[in-house]
Write a protein that binds this ligand. Structure first.
Ligand SMILES: *Cc1c(COP(=O)(O)O)cnc(C)c1O
Length: 439
């Protein structure tokens, strides 16, 4: 690893080099494109981001769960360099190439279930979600799409309709796509329901307000991402999947954030033995290059007429080479196991923190997808102000933390799985300091 694996601050955060570039950003980049931590990055690897001023920051975000295998992971770099020198694009719909088919074969092997599966590849998570809905509609001849409270599925027109939160994702951007219906999510901290009871509540809403026979698909994140890392109570997902099956509804797991070793299994659905009809993937799939997929039952995938799925860049050869490198890294370094170790390490730190700070209402998540929800002590009233203060402290101290949640009161911890224990410990020392300093 050529980048020193240490936190090293040589200027204020952001430093003078970043501040200068922020002015250029302000001049040339649309204000709508925000940044969480405005330091400009020149190199990254392991668990460290290096900025233009020479500061070394600890990465607890992985570019939002993307660089799961680490930045510039060796097998990804090797595959990309070979591919970019061989050819960069043909458009798979014009003249095909092996990388695309290899990624689809890998997806068939890695996604839950051992039934016959096929895939189609796209550029972004939102595009994968849109295509999964298209496939479900053609396969069922039905229109309605069920989604959940706190869901996040993307920023395109259909996926904005599927995403729950108004600001910043939807405000002013309507009208939204029709035939999207929202059901209550299982949110143990806030509803106290068992998985079975929460599923019964959701099913009742869908049955009475939409009608099972009108539903093309149910789309759900097995562990919610942007919506607050909400982990449904055990039994919720299996009950929904069973109801979908009984009623000819396509069950779609949006594993874009939770997939590819993040939770300690290849996919979060694996944990409860749920076998979705379709799975959407993106983020962690290709070590940072833009790639997304829809994978699922061959009979559903093949319901669409020839030419009905695709796109100019979908399954770009360089992105596919990166995905194959990324999967190789996950296998070689047993990153699922590493995610579980990281999860245990983080959980121990968070338990200690909770014993001292009653603003932490819940610790939740799985593997290297962990979160804490901050509420006014003794209540479930969200505390976004304290969350923002802790976040600002961490950023100034050189630790890249991300928040999420409908109320902006959740810290999500998504370190690259290439991070060392020492760096992880140091990052959580800073998080602990931040809680004390803002108390
Ligand atoms: C990020 C995300 C998306 C959207 O992916 P993009 O690549 O940003 O379009 C969809 N679903 C989930 C669960 C996500 O986390």
């Amino acid at each position: 690893m050529s980048i020193a694996q240490e936190r090293r601050l040589v200027t204020e955060i952001p430093g003078p080099g970043s501040l200068e570039r922020l002015d250029r950003k302000k001049a040339h980049v649309a204000d709508g494109v925000g940044t969480t931590l405005p330091v400009f990055i020149v190199a990254a690897g392991g668990g460290v981001l290096v900025d233009v001023d020479g500061n070394h920051l600890i990465d607890l975000g992985s570019g939002i769960a993307v660089t799961t295998v680490g930045n510039a992971a060796p097998a990804v770099v090797r595959n990309v360099q070979e591919q970019v020198a061989a050819f960069t694009h043909t458009c798979f719909m014009v003249t095909p190439y092996d990388g695309y088919v290899d990624v689809c074969a890998a997806l068939a092997e890695l996604t839950p279930g051992d039934h016959a599966k096929k895939s189609a590849l796209f550029n972004s998570g939102a595009e994968a979600v849109e295509n999964a809905v298209k496939i479900a509609r053609v396969a069922t001849g039905r229109d309605a799409v069920a989604v959940f409270d706190h869901a996040y599925h993307g920023r395109t027109n259909l996926t904005m309709a599927m995403t729950a939160k108004n600001m910043p994702y939807k405000n002013g951007f309507g009208p939204f796509a029709g035939e999207v219906y929202r059901a209550p999510m299982s949110y143990p901290l806030r509803d106290g329901l068992s998985g079975a009871d929460a599923a019964a509540r959701a099913i009742d809403v869908l049955d009475k307000q939409v009608g099972a026979a009108n539903l093309a698909c149910i789309v759900i994140e097995p562990i919610q991402g942007e919506g607050g890392f909400v982990v449904p109570a055990p039994g919720f997902l299996p009950a929904l999947a069973a109801w979908a099956k009984d009623n000819g509804i396509v069950f779609i797991a949006d594993e874009i954030q939770s997939g590819f070793c993040r939770t300690g299994d290849w996919f979060a659905s694996d944990h409860e033995g749920v076998v979705p009809d379709l799975v959407t993937t993106a983020k962690g799939i290709a070590g940072g290059l833009p790639l997304a997929g829809v994978t699922g039952r061959a009979d559903l995938m093949d319901a669409v007429h020839v030419g009905g799925l695709g796109g100019t860049y979908g399954g770009n050869p360089i992105a596919c080479a990166a995905a194959l490198g990324s999967i190789e890294e996950m296998r070689t370094h047993a990153l699922g196991e590493r995610a579980r170790e990281i999860g245990e390490r983080i959980t121990a730190r968070l338990e200690a923190l909770r014993a001292e700070h009653d603003v932490i209402a819940e610790i939740r998540g799985r593997g290297a997808m962990m979160a804490i929800e901050l509420c006014k002590p003794g209540t479930t009233e969200p505390d976004p102000v304290r969350t923002a203060a802790i976040s600002a402290y961490c950023h100034k101290a050189g630790v890249v933390t991300l928040t999420c949640g409908t109320w902006g009161n959740v810290f999500r911890f998504l370190p690259p799985l290439s991070i060392s224990d020492a760096l992880l410990d140091e990052a959580f020392d800073v998080v602990a300091e931040a809680f004390t300093a803002t108390a």
